[in-house]
Write a protein that binds this ligand. Structure first.
Ligand SMILES: [Zn+2]
Length: 130
């Protein structure tokens, strides 16, 4: 009879430890606690310990989301950076707000259609507001 209780005890310890593992906790810790205190205590401790761990994980993912959203570029109307280069035809400076390097810009002075050169200077559009 006593031997059966010991066997059942150890089986319950394994069951509790596996629930710990499922919750992202240590299998070994859950097993040892169940073995020394009782599988019931181990089970309750597993539930108790899993709660703050889950909250922590949620916070971490939230922080990661915030960081990744910071990295995303501002919409074009909120961007204050433009590209400035000189028109190859008339030499007047051209400032483009929404175009990227290689895209076609039109010179306001002579009407020439020129592609934005790779050496176009990045400028703060606030300084060039009309
Ligand atoms: Zn021009």
């Amino acid at each position: 009879m006593f031997g059966l209780i010991i066997v059942l005890w150890i089986i319950f310890c394994f069951v509790v430890a596996s629930t710990w593992e499922k919750k992202g906790l240590s299998f070994g810790k859950g097993f040892v606690i169940s073995l020394f205190f009782s599988p019931l205590v181990g089970l309750l401790m597993g539930i108790f310990e899993a709660m703050p761990a889950r909250e922590k994980n949620q916070k971490e993912t939230e922080e990661k989301n915030e960081k990744s959203s910071e990295k995303t570029e501002l919409p074009p109307d909120k961007q204050r950076i433009g590209l400035k280069f000189n028109c190859p035809k008339c030499g007047k400076p051209i400032i483009v707000k929404f175009l990227k390097v290689g895209e076609i810009a039109k010179c306001h002075n002579c009407g020439a259609e020129v592609s934005v050169p790779t050496d176009a200077e990045k400028v703060n559009l606030e300084e060039f507001r009309e």
